[in-house]
Design a protein around this ligand. Structure first.
Ligand code: HSE
Length: 434
């Protein structure tokens, strides 16, 4: 059997998982690849006690892997967009195929990386970049190749979902759950990437490019995190029959594409509303197949390694194939990728949950409803709570019909300007996903 030599750059959470799963499942993996996959070299700044590398060449200089003439596939598991980008570009320049789990790198520099790889006749594979162990890249690129994808919506940050789930189920504090996610290796090196939605935006941009056949446009994505979600919003969501999930949503329209990440009310009866903990799920609506749902672990050492190794197996299978016979990086051949406008958030149309705090005086509610009706915004549900003991202000919760964000911005501005309204209006978008 032919041997395909690979080099792993980075031996952190995903690198160690990849090393261990390849070592443990060697027979199965080789049988599927039709060759003997050998980890010829590991480049890591420090050893990882989780891996027994005693029989593997380990270099502290990560670029030693990239310049090793024996290595055919470089597996980049460093993360970030500085050294990792140099490693990937150098590997391509040296004629090596690349496997990466790096969503930031693909979302922000993928167009440049894929162009360099095409010019050199090598492949760049990135299944692990989105939704950890779920093979969603392959599903979009190959499994759904017959479809015109209409929209997709995903819970694509495990840390954020873990935090929201623990807050809802156990009443734990945001900081406490985040610390646990970091200890378990789910969170990014900079966890603000998780809680501010940047990590999810990276992944959404990749999914949208695959779904709609367009170049990657990370700088156009709208991104809102979960840090402002208050316990009472979680409670009101339950009361109204919804769950709050941090969703990435991409939807195709004639005049452009919606690309947005934000906390979202979803009806609790949707399967995706019940995806909890570190799990991810992506719902894809294709015109031929209808709605399909992909579910599984979205982060963690071996789940992510599972996706990395699937790419290694794919590349090992076709290492000797002609470049034009390989599956294109973004699903469609580069010459057929179409630039599509990304719609500004003010142009999207959705329903809204609003929570405001108002003084308990006659006429306040009617002023609020007048402001909404002046803009053609219809109210689907309205709850006014009793004032808490010793409080003058009462919480008012409104669910609206579908309206343009621009109209809602203007309504919220006017509501906040009412004398009887205390503080800012909380707005969470609502998606029925039907
Ligand atoms: N920090 C990411 C998450 C890891 O929580 O989903 C997987 O990309």
């Amino acid at each position: 059997m032919k041997t395909v030599k690979i080099g792993i750059c980075g031996l952190g959470t995903v690198g160690s998982g990849t090393f261990n799963v390849i070592s443990r499942n060697q027979a199965e993996i080789n049988a599927r690849a039709g060759c003997n996959i050998e980890i010829t070299q590991v480049g890591a700044r420090r050893d990882n006690p989780a891996c027994d590398t005693s029989n593997t060449q380990v270099s502290r200089d990560i670029f030693g892997v990239v310049s090793n003439p024996e290595i055919e596939i470089v597996v980049e598991l460093i993360g970030g967009t500085t050294i990792a980008k140099d490693v990937v570009m150098k590997a391509i320049e040296n004629g090596k195929h690349v496997v990466t789990a790096n969503k930031a790198l693909i979302a922000e520099f993928g167009n440049e990386i894929f162009a360099a790889a095409n010019a050199k006749g090598v492949a760049v594979a990135y299944e692990a970049a989105v939704a950890g162990g779920i093979p969603i890249i392959r599903a979009l690129r190959e499994g759904l190749a017959a479809n015109k994808v209409e929209w997709l919506a995903g819970i694509i940050n495990g840390t954020g979902n873990f935090i929201l789930t623990e807050m809802r189920d156990k009443g734990r504090s945001f900081e406490d759950v985040l610390a646990e996610a970091q200890a378990l290796g789910y969170a990014e090196a900079d966890p603000t990437f998780d809680v501010e939605g940047i990590d999810a935006a990276h992944k959404l941009v990749i999914l949208a490019s695959l779904a709609f056949g367009m170049p990657l446009q990370f700088d156009k994505a709208y991104c809102e995190g979960i840090a402002h979600i208050a316990p009472q919003d979680v409670e009101y969501a339950n009361e109204l029959g919804y769950r709050i999930k941090h969703l990435g949503i991409a939807r195709r329209h004639d005049n452009g594409v919606e690309l947005r990440v934000h906390p979202t009310f979803i009806p609790e009866k949707r399967l995706i509303a019940n995806v909890d903990g570190v799990s991810n799920a992506v719902l894809v609506k294709g015109d031929a197949v209808g709605a399909t749902l992909y579910y599984g672990p979205g982060a963690g050492s071996e789940p992510t390694a599972s996706a990395v190794i699937s790419d290694v197996v794919d590349l090992a299978r076709m290492a000797s194939a002609k470049a034009e016979n390989r599956v294109p990086s973004l699903g469609a051949i580069p010459s057929s990728l179409t630039d599509r406008d990304i719609l500004p958030i003010s142009e999207i149309q959705t329903s809204y949950y609003l929570r405001l705090s108002a003084l308990d005086k006659p006429g306040v509610l009617s002023k609020v409803t007048q402001i909404l009706s002046d803009r053609g915004i219809s109210i689907e549900a309205l709850i006014q709570k009793e004032p808490a003991a010793g409080q003058e202000a009462v919480p008012i919760i409104v669910l609206t019909n579908i309206v343009k964000e621009q109209a809602m911005d203007s309504a919220i501005g006017d509501i906040q300007a009412l004398e009887a309204v205390v503080g800012a209006v909380v707005r969470i978008r609502v998606e029925s996903l039907d």
